[in-house]
Write a protein that binds this ligand. Structure first.
Ligand SMILES: [Zn+2]
Length: 274
């Protein structure tokens, strides 16, 4: 029923021009790609449409990557990186970066709220998997965060210049990928539930008639007693309903009132289709 969700997974850096951070023989671009593909695979297995900015060792500028994401018209842009400290070996743990300001996007401020929400979910899952969560950081200078129109986050999956973090990266690689994917999936399903509830109302149904005139008769009776009634008719039935409430307590109050006046009632919760 819901349109398929689309996520851009961006493996940071790439190609000979941009290996990212380098520590001994280890190049960030390789770790990023491996993790990006693993995260993407889990998302795909869970019904998400995944768009990768790269699936092998190629270079595109951050501007090109942001443009790819914008063209893909995805729900979120998730960039995968590994961190490096100013002094090698001094940093440890995972963190998630967001732009932090109001982006040039149709939804403006809401876009950044959603990015922050996603970052929080990812961090929560990472710490649940046993990684040290360093938190959410605002980085308005990063092109892939600033130039993407959709909510964008950048995950720093541990420090590449820290042998201990690298050991965890290898030993807990599957958990790391699963944590990031779960953070994304939870965010998407939370939004789907929210969207599903939009436009849903409690209504009290007092009758359903095959003959429209009978429904109209009951409607007139309701209206004469001051009830806000209306008809919902399809090919078979004309249903007589009263009120449309977001709040169940208010709907229950109305239902009691109707019963006191002798109307039979059924509580309905559905998209208002007047
Ligand atoms: Zn990086």
């Amino acid at each position: 029923m819901d349109a398929k969700k689309k996520i851009v997974i961006d493996a940071g850096h790439g190609g000979d021009r941009d290996p990212g951070a380098v520590f001994e023989e280890r190049k960030e671009k390789d770790d990023n790609l491996r993790l990006a593909l693993a995260v993407g695979k889990i998302l795909e297995e869970n019904g998400v449409d995944v768009f990768y900015t790269r699936i092998d060792d190629v270079y595109d500028t951050p501007y090109e990557k942001a443009a790819m994401g914008n063209e893909a018209q995805a729900d979120y842009f998730v960039s995968i990186h590994r961190n490096a400290a100013r002094e090698p070996g001094r940093g440890s743990g995972t963190m998630t970066l967001i732009y932090g300001g109001t982006k040039e996007s149709p939804e403006g401020e809401e876009t950044e709220d959603r990015a922050r929400g996603l970052a929080a979910q990812i961090n929560r899952e990472l710490s649940r998997a046993g990684f040290t969560d360093l938190g959410i950081f605002e980085r308005p200078d990063l092109v892939v965060l600033r130039k993407t129109r959709m909510p964008a986050v950048l995950v720093e999956a541990g420090f590449i210049d820290n042998p201990e973090d690298n050991r965890r990266f290898e030993e807990q690689f599957d958990e790391l990928a699963a944590a990031i994917a779960t953070g994304i999936l939870d965010t998407l399903s939370g939004e789907t539930n929210q969207a599903a509830q939009d436009g849903m109302y409690y209504m009290i149904q007092t009758g359903a008639y095959r003959v429209r005139s009978l429904a109209e008769q009951q409607l007139a009776e309701l209206e004469s007693q001051g009830f806000p009634g209306f008809l919902v008719c399809d090919g078979t039935y004309c249903r007589v309903r009263v009120g449309a409430f977001k709040n169940l307590d208010n709907a229950v109050r109305m239902e009691r009132e109707l019963r006191r006046k002798g109307f039979p009632t059924v509580m309905i919760y559905e998209r208002e289709s007047r």
